[in-house]
Design a protein around this ligand. Structure first.
Ligand SMILES: [Zn+2]
Ligand SMILES: [Zn+2]
Length: 323
């Protein structure tokens, strides 16, 4: 029994491709580093590349949020950011390509970065597919009608070939879904936004992205506290550096140290941070990770014995985790 999570989009707010000038600069640096490290031969290239940190090579990715969660029997997708386009191609290799697919797509909220990939999610255009969509918010059908409507997109909702089936979730009420139990809990984000606790086979995944985490203590979290309890993997919002969160109060996003505080206190085994800011280069995201690493070490030193070690890092597009 296991839960497998794949990150198809780790960037927040807006899909953020690399600029040609950035790639040019990166390749130039890489080639300099290659020769300065003493490598000379073609056969050394792979060894050199394997030793590089993430930010020097592929980086953290530019697609906006989309997460695939697989249990032994079932699959759910969280959010339809631009990352869902590539997930759609993968699904087309299975029953979706033959019009026999069933997709279960859960939304946290309806900001553009979580919807923008939907017009390019190919299973929607294949007759026979059933696309189940879920949200706590009541206005999911209106959201779909707005996306698939001229002049925003040439294909209207009525012309989509797949069947779209709308499901409204109740706040904090578990939904039994195949071999998973999925429960929405509220995050601290405008309009509002709901995170998900996903349980299957004794493993727990907690999706806490698009949150400012203004409520931190157990008392403040109240009815939403179970989102953070007995969790194997938490995906958390780290759009900003610590300094930026001070400048951007009420912008709806958090920083890694807040997630670490919660994870240490609640003994969350593993944490990945995402929703990286479009204004942040890969180098800046890596620097924010290093800053969070220093914060973590200070907390560890202060607590000494009894400190709960959390396995954590900043998430990147294409990352897969098995629980
Ligand atoms: Zn977002
Ligand atoms: Zn948002």
């Amino acid at each position: 029994m296991s839960l497998r999570i794949k990150i198809w989009g780790a960037r927040g707010s807006l899909p953020t491709p690399h600029l040609p000038s950035e790639l040019n600069q990166r390749f130039t640096h890489l080639m300099h580093d290659f020769f300065e490290s003493g490598y000379k031969k073609k056969s050394d290239v792979q060894t050199f590349l394997e030793g590089l940190p993430l930010y020097k090579l592929g980086g953290y990715g530019g697609n906006s949020p989309c997460i695939e969660v697989n249990s032994d029997r079932d699959q759910m997708i969280i959010d339809g950011g631009s990352g869902i386009r590539l997930l759609g191609y993968q699904l087309m290799n299975g029953p979706c390509g033959k019009g026999k697919g069933e997709v279960h797509l859960f939304f946290t909220h309806f900001h553009w970065d979580h919807l923008i990939g939907l017009p390019f999610f190919t299973p929607l255009f294949i007759p026979g597919n059933k696309i189940h969509v879920y949200s706590v918010q009541k206005d999911l059908p209106e959201v779909f009608q707005t996306i698939f409507k001229k002049p925003y997109f040439p294909v209207s909702i009525d012309s989509l070939e797949a069947d779209i089936i709308y499901h409204q979730l109740e706040p904090r009420k578990p939904l039994k879904f195949g071999d998973m139990v999925i429960t929405p809990y509220q995050l601290d984000h405008p309009d509002p936004c709901w995170g998900y606790r996903v349980e299957s086979g004794g493993k727990v995944y907690s999706h806490c992205v698009d949150t400012e985490a203004t409520r931190i203590s157990e008392k403040e979290l109240g009815l939403d506290l179970p989102l953070y309890q007995n969790v194997d993997l938490m995906l958390f919002d780290a759009q900003y550096t610590l300094m930026e969160t001070i400048e951007k109060i009420n912008w709806g996003h958090a920083t890694a140290s807040i997630g670490l505080d919660i994870a240490i206190r609640e003994k969350i085994k593993k944490v990945l941070f995402m929703h990286h800011d479009p204004a942040s280069s890969d180098e800046k995201i890596a620097a924010a990770e290093a800053e969070a690493r220093r914060y973590y070490q200070i907390q560890k030193k202060a607590e000494e014995s009894g400190f709960f070690e959390v396995d954590w890092s900043f998430a990147f597009e294409g990352q897969e985790i098995e629980l």
